[in-house]
Design a protein around this ligand. Structure first.
Ligand SMILES: C[S@@+](CC[C@H](N)C(=O)[O-])C[C@H]1O[C@@H](n2cnc3c(N)ncnc32)[C@H](O)[C@@H]1O
Length: 276
């Protein structure tokens, strides 16, 4: 299926309006490859037919499927090992020390995609507590959110292909926390249950503040324009406990946008503490 210039423009207008993701010129190939399966699965013979129908009679479900398909979901376990090492050796011990009186720890993975990121955090928590954190008397929860219902449903299942576990997951973690399920690997229930999933569109806002000790907001701000980024950072700022830390993706230079975030940046990864 090929895509005309006007259909491409309509798709990117819809995606921008609903998710704030900016699809740049020259990304027609991406729209073609992502929207062709959406058109087929909803019974349209072509992208042109799909767009024509949605322009005349927008269907919320189909429009949402278009937006979700264009939300770029690339992710893998322990993506950017340096960032996870910093989480393991600095951010987490410090957050736990601050929370030692209440023994309540909340981590938020915003834009969690298919779950590899929140489960990487959950496995680090298991490592840190030498087992299930809840058995150690702590009230620990990882809240993972994403705009894509399809990504969330895959994440909740915690089932990954050989290729997916082959990307970034250390062998000892695979052996410890997964078991075979047919050709795939199934994450064990104890780790899976540490993470709760919810749909959240970062540009629509949320009722808050949510009071997190740690936030991971990685590889999602890069898709938004500067104003949208600022709006999201403004809200996120209020969701962090005092002294809380936020980890961004390696390509994000958030401290340049908002002076309330103090950069603890090192080499490639980007982590920030809130100045208060
Ligand atoms: C490239 S993935 C990053 C996944 C993970 N954070 C990582 O770094 O591996 C970007 C994710 O952002 C989600 N996303 C895009 N726009 C969003 C929005 N407006 N609100 C919430 N999530 C969004 C996509 O569905 C996708 O799962």
């Amino acid at each position: 299926m090929s895509i005309s210039a006007s259909d491409f423009d309509w798709i990117r207008m819809l995606v921008r309006r609903s998710s704030a993701i900016v699809i740049e010129d020259g990304k027609e190939y991406l729209a073609e490859s992502k929207i062709t399966p959406v058109a087929r699965s909803h019974g349209f013979g072509s992208i042109a037919h799909l767009v024509q129908e949605m322009r005349q009679k927008p269907d919320e479900k189909v429009c949402r499927a278009i937006v979700e398909a264009m939300a770029i979901g690339e992710t893998y376990f322990f993506r950017d090992p340096q960032a996870f090492q910093f989480l393991r050796t600095n951010m987490l011990p410090e957050a736990m020390a601050r929370a030692s009186a209440t023994k309540r720890l909340r981590v938020w993975c915003a834009a969690s995609s298919t779950g590899q990121e929140p489960y990487s955090v959950a496995m680090i928590l298991f490592e840190h507590f030498g087992g299930d954190p809840r058995s150690a008397g702590w009230d620990v929860r990882v809240v993972a959110t994403d705009i894509s219902l399809e990504a969330l449903s895959r994440a909740r299942a915690g089932r990954y292909s050989q290729q997916e576990v082959g990307r970034g997951l250390p062998a000892k973690m695979l052996v410890r926390h997964f078991h075979r399920s047919g050709l795939d690997w199934q994450l064990n229930d104890d780790v899976r249950q540490l993470v709760e999933y919810e749909r959240l569109n970062l540009v629509e806002g949320w009722s808050g503040p949510m009071r997190f000790n740690l936030i991971l907001m990685r590889n999602v701000l890069i898709y938004f324009d500067v104003e949208t980024k600022r709006g999201i950072l403004d809200r996120v700022f209020h969701d962090l406990e005092p002294g809380g830390c936020i980890l961004f993706g390696s390509a994000e230079t958030v401290n340049l946008l908002d002076a309330r975030f103090e950069s603890l940046s090192e080499a490639k990864s980007m982590w920030c503490r809130v100045r208060r």
